[in-house]
Ligand binder design. Sequence first.
Ligand code: MN
Length: 304
Amino acid sequence: MLQSRMGGNTLGVHASVFVAGWNDAEVDRALQATKRAGFHFIEIPLLNPGNVDAVSTRKKLEEYGLSVTCSLGLGFASDISSPDQEIVKRGESLLMEALDVASALDSSYLGGVLYSAMGKYVGPAWPGAEAQVADVLRRLAARAGERGITIGLEPVNRYESNLVNSARQALALIRLTEATNIVVHLDVYHMNIEEGDLEQPVLECGQRLGYVHVGESHRGYLGTGTIDFPQFFRALARAGYEGPIAFESFSSAVVSRDFSSALAIWRDLWDDGEDLARAAREFIDQQLHAAGRAVNLSISDSDS
Ligand code: MN
């Protein structure tokens, strides 16, 4: 039976919309802005897990009445898909460290580009990469399971990884791990580049879809690019997706040049993160409602 999805999803925003780092002042600024824009949770990047004071952040989250998710992308020095075992070891340690911080923050989710470096590779992955990555992720998922944390694998476009670019590849990697607490994390910005459309991958993931990023084709204001958001949100509604939806956008007006360069942000499409976030919150709401209505309509059509 198809489900209406009104009201089920929690909505969040990536911290990089507001701040570059995570010192006390930045924590306050980010949480305040998240709350003001009307989001339920903030997604905290754990690229350097040691930089996050989990105890004080958790206290602040409670003060603001916000929940939290965590994400990261590995670097080439911590790439668990590398043939160099020293690098793989470093990557596994980083993932375990991020998991500890996520757990201390009381996050039930750690996702992102956890399976390779997030960056442009100069060649395809080596033949043993997938099995090696599955072994590391199996150990990560086992430890995450003990803490009630779900691990998410985010397929990203070909310029940001050579291992998992599509939902189907993410599903195959998850099968290889045999873990039950690893989900697919779909990002419509990447889907727009790699998938045939924005509906089929959602339906193919089904119950394995556990987290969603929304971003525009140029990573700017939602609704000002070429992404077919109505198609994507209708797919979520048809799939009965009731998990988190987080808005993601980057500008060197906020984040460090290193970070924005890793994501190929060469021209800034915005400089006011709070305005951007408010607009995103409103846009997502409209899309959820429109998709809910459209899917309910098609249900009653097929009933009659
Ligand atoms: Mn994303």
